[in-house]
Design a protein around this ligand. Structure first.
Ligand SMILES: C[S@@+](CC[C@H](N)C(=O)[O-])C[C@H]1O[C@@H](n2cnc3c(N)ncnc32)[C@H](O)[C@@H]1O
Length: 282
């Protein structure tokens, strides 16, 4: 007979067991795999959802999740932190223009993957740069996220008007060449961005933790997404990106991320170490 597993003795052990069961339940009921997300922030977010649902334990939350898909949608919003901005980290877009655009010019047609694009601000920023650099017409952008609710917002291209002052400043600092207000029309408290910016964009759901590669790309942006993943999941996603990039394709990560210390470190060269932009060379 096999040994029984160690039984949970302390409150923390029981909590860990409840979290494991919840993540397994979410995976088997809905296919969303958060089993390899970094533990500390996951635990905080689960407890926040427990209280928001007026429950007392994580096991009770599992019960509700299994029987109420709307509760799953709420949890998904909690777990997939969607903070983003137009021309976030303006210096990144300066490096994009100076170091990546010249490479993209060498291709007759360019495919770009914006993975974990959230509500789309990054994609609209990228489209603006490509339009200004006269590259947009020969580009297709695949913009993906795990969360259909944020993609729905991204498709509309409507962002809060009160953000425009900050975004205009970001755009200027990012080397913008026109007047930022040319790209949107203000209506009440919203800014509706030009539809021409998404003519060549496909928004689609894609889960980096589970789904496979779906094309070969010249540029992949995955900024501020993997910070929420543990090492094993980061390695999986790096394998996916390596497989999805053509040779000499470019990978752009967030400011707090790096290719160093991953299994793929020696397959890339640095194009810009501060901006975390890498080029696949092997
Ligand atoms: C902080 S936002 C980053 C948005 C944008 N890339 C930026 O830098 O501004 C992280 C996004 O990653 C998405 N995400 C989290 N886990 C994911 C997964 N397993 N597959 C795809 N997207 C995921 C979230 O839904 C969220 O929209």
């Amino acid at each position: 007979m096999s040994e029984p597993p160690a039984l949970p003795r302390r409150a923390e052990d029981l909590e860990r067991l409840e979290i494991e069961l919840l993540l397994e339940g979410v995976f088997r009921r809905y296919g969303f795999d958060f089993r390899e997300y970094a533990q500390a922030s996951l635990k905080r977010r689960l407890w926040r959802r427990v209280y928001a649902e007026h429950l007392e334990t994580i096991a009770q939350l599992l019960d509700r999740l299994l029987h109420d898909p709307r509760c799953m949608e709420r949890l998904l919003l909690d777990l997939s932190i969607n903070v983003t901005a137009m021309f976030r980290d303006p210096s990144f877009y300066v490096a994009l223009r100076e170091k990546v655009v010249p490479l993209l010019r060498t291709y007759p047609f360019t495919r770009i993957w914006a993975a974990g694009c959230s509500t789309g601000e990054e994609v609209y920023s990228l489209a603006i740069v490509l339009q200004e650099e006269d590259l947009y017409e020969k580009t297709r952008i695949y913009a993906t996220d795990i969360n259909e609710a944020v993609l729905e917002r991204a498709r509309t291209g409507v962002f809060p008007l009160d953000k425009m002052q900050q975004y205009t400043q970001n755009y200027i600092n990012a080397g913008g060449q026109r007047s930022f207000s040319e790209y949107y029309v203000a209506a009440y408290d919203s800014a509706q961005f030009s539809r021409s910016l998404v003519d060549n964009v496909v928004f689609a759901q894609h889960n980096l933790a589970m789904d496979r590669s779906f094309n070969e790309f010249n540029l992949i942006l995955c900024r501020n997404v993997m910070i929420y993943f543990d090492k094993a999941l980061q390695d999986r996603v790096h394998a996916l990106f390596y497989e999805s990039l053509e040779t000499f394709g470019v990978l752009a990560l967030g400011h707090k991320e790096s290719i160093n210390f991953t299994a793929f470190a020696d397959r890339y060269e640095e194009l810009d170490s501060n901006e975390r932009i890498y080029r696949k060379v092997a």
